[in-house]
Ligand binder design. Structure first.
Ligand code: AMP
Length: 218
């Protein structure tokens, strides 16, 4: 089963992706995490990321397809977080999976307003070691500034500043909304209201994915 989870910046994609992966045993493929790893050795990518810009879509597609072909060719149950974000990324992934006799089973869009997105970003923290996400109001760590999972230091993401957030939201409007319309026409899209508690959202997402799984297993 392959699920795509889309959403604007700070829509809660990372948190919900983790819940779904634990619940359904899916592999969590986050292109945000991939970008944060690649930029350690790529100053140009780091600059684009920090300014809130998207990485050229072909480059991210190439890394994802390479990873799936060479590093994890055995993977069959994947949750894609933040990928695809553009129509060509969707088409490339769809074609790659179809060649393997596989498919994108569902695309879920987690919807939050720009105002909510900006509000959440100011209280978001990320573990500098394992990338676990926190929110100082809705999902705080047990110990101030320390990751519950690995003890790493919690920091603000370099792209979580007011200027970058505006840029990232605009990219979302310009590219991802177009993709959302595209997959909606294919009948694969489910929209979920992301402006609720983590528990309420995950309950709905678990119901959606359970149904998709029933269909995929049938
Ligand atoms: P995220 O953690 O999903 O908010 O992604 C953080 C950043 O990673 C984005 O602002 C982009 O710079 C980069 N990125 C993640 N996914 C993609 C993608 N599918 N295409 C291009 N850039 C991406």
């Amino acid at each position: 089963m392959n699920i795509v989870l889309l959403g604007s910046p700070a829509s809660g994609k990372g948190t919900q992706a983790e819940i779904l992966c634990n619940k359904f045993g899916l592999y969590h493929l986050s292109t945000g995490d991939l970008t944060r790893k690649l930029m350690q050795t790529d100053p140009e990518m780091k600059k684009a990321y920090t300014e809130g810009k998207l990485i050229p879509h072909e480059l991210i597609t190439m890394h994802v397809i390479n990873f799936l072909s060479h590093e994890k060719p055995e993977l069959t149950d994947i949750l894609f977080e933040g990928f695809p974000r553009f129509i060509p990324q969707y088409d490339a992934l769809d074609e790659f999976l179809k060649q393997k006799g596989d498919d994108i089973d569902a695309i879920i869009s987690l919807d939050v307003s720009k105002e909510e997105s900006v509000k959440r970003i100011s209280s978001r923290r990320i573990c500098s070691n394992c990338s676990e996400n926190y929110n100082l109001t809705t999902k705080p760590p047990k110990k101030d500034g320390i990751c519950d999972k690995c003890g790493g230091e919690l920091v603000q993401r370099p792209d979580d500043n007011a200027e970058s957030v505006k840029v990232r939201f605009q990219y979302y409007v310009d590219n991802t909304k177009e993709l959302i319309d595209y997959v909606d026409k294919k009948g694969k899209l489910t929209r979920v209201n992301g402006e609720r508690s983590i528990e309420e959202i995950s309950k709905e997402l678990i119901e959606i994915v359970s149904k998709v799984k029933e269909g995929a297993d049938a």
